[in-house]
Design a protein around this ligand. Structure first.
Ligand SMILES: Cc1ncc(COP(=O)(O)O)c(C=O)c1O
Length: 364
């Protein structure tokens, strides 16, 4: 693991590389009492060509900076962060993701990345041992790597493939305007686990987080669909006007985490998806695909399903990939989604595998 200490007086110390192991913290450390913590999550892939890759780590490093600032932790230069991540991957990658000659077979199949990835977790914590409620004067950055199950194999190998989502009850809210939903703070996740465990007890995988603007009677502000568990959420539908739209919640009010996968889906959607859908015959030659970041509600999703306009719903995130959804509202109305946009999902996955390999010493 890599560790790096900071103090308000001296700034960041030189990072240290060492074996994975416990940290030593004062019981009064700021993180333990005031949740001064932020983290990131990305994956290290061993590709079919045996090279090691990380998908867009620069975006994670920039988000890490935004998250640390949100909870008064010190700034860490995103470019330096990527260098540290690469340095750690150069050691742990060859060790825990050894080259596998079997994977070089051309018919390795669609699951060729199963068990061929590691999870990278940069974290920053406030270590200040003073119990006062104030911005920490000392902090620590650490980066660890762990193994991770292949979630899309898990969700897609079911008899009814997909992630099973349960819409959040009205008394459970993940994030709100003025809060910190846009930052990747541990403080966002612990309190969400009660609704998550209720959903799991009922046979679902994750919570589909809805948000209703308090006091508003505007139907467009009731039951807004925000995120799915720890991933962003997309629908592909025909609008009431008949246009084909790829749509996800906007990041403008600070409640939605700006996912790296989300951005990639939006970029690909805007640049390439229309042509691909025309090729598949989903879109007529004269039609256009609209790619929008805008609010929509659970009522919109249910109406589109009832009217046969919902073509696809999927989550997008590093942990889950981009699995399709089987959703349920709290009223237990089941929504079905087709697998129409396999192309998008496949392309995202493929991009993760063909993006620029890490520059490491030869042979890794
Ligand atoms: C709340 C939340 N939304 C969305 C995402 C997806 O982000 P990314 O695609 O960067 O993994 C995550 C995962 O980090 C998350 O925790």
């Amino acid at each position: 693991m890599i560790t790096c200490e900071w103090s308000a007086q001296t700034g960041w110390s030189a990072p240290k590389m060492g074996p994975y192991g416990p940290l030593s913290l004062a019981p009064t450390a700021s993180v333990l009492h005031y949740a001064t913590e932020c983290y990131e999550g990305m994956k290290l892939y061993r590709g079919r060509d045996q090279r090691l890759r990380i998908f867009r780590p620069d975006l994670n490093a920039k988000r890490f900076r935004r998250s640390s600032i949100r909870c008064t932790l010190p700034d860490f230069d995103p470019e330096e962060m990527v260098k540290l991540i690469v340095a750690l991957c150069a050691i742990d990658g060859p060790k825990f993701l050894p080259k596998d000659p079997l994977r070089e077979l051309p018919d390795a199949g669609p699951n060729f990345i199963a068990n061929r990835l590691l999870y990278i977790r940069p974290t920053m914590i406030g270590t200040d041992p003073d119990l006062g409620i104030k911005p920490p004067q000392t902090a620590m950055l650490f980066i660890i790597i762990s193994s991770f199950p292949s979630m899309d194999t898990l969700y897609l190998s079911r008899p009814a493939p997909g992630l099973r989502l349960l819409a959040s009850p009205s008394d459970a809210v993940r994030a709100w305007p003025g809060g910190c939903g846009a930052a990747k703070l541990g403080a966002n996740y612990g309190p969400s686990l009660l609704a998550q465990s209720d959903a799991m007890r009922q046979g679902y995988d994750q919570v589909l987080w809805l948000y209703s603007q308090p006091g508003s009677t505007d139907p467009g502000e009731q039951g807004r669909v925000t995120e799915a568990g720890a991933s962003n959420f997309f629908v592909v539908w025909r609008t009431r006007q008949g246009a084909l739209e790829l749509c996800t919640a906007p990041t403008s009010d600070g409640t939605i985490l700006e996912g790296v996968t989300r951005q990639s889906v939006l970029d690909l959607g805007a640049q390439r998806l229309e042509a691909a859908l025309k090729q598949e015959g989903v879109l007529a030659p004269e039609e256009h695909l609209e790619v929008n970041e805008r609010w929509f509600t659970m009522a919109d999703v249910l109406e589109a399903t009832k009217e046969g306009r919902l073509l696809e719903a999927f989550a997008a995130g590093t942990a889950v990939g981009t699995p399709p959804q089987h959703m349920c509202t709290s009223a237990n109305q089941r929504l079905n989604s087709t697998l129409l946009l396999r192309w998008l999902r496949f392309t995202i996955k493929a991009l993760m595998l063909i993006c620029r390999p890490l520059k490491m010493q030869s042979g890794q």
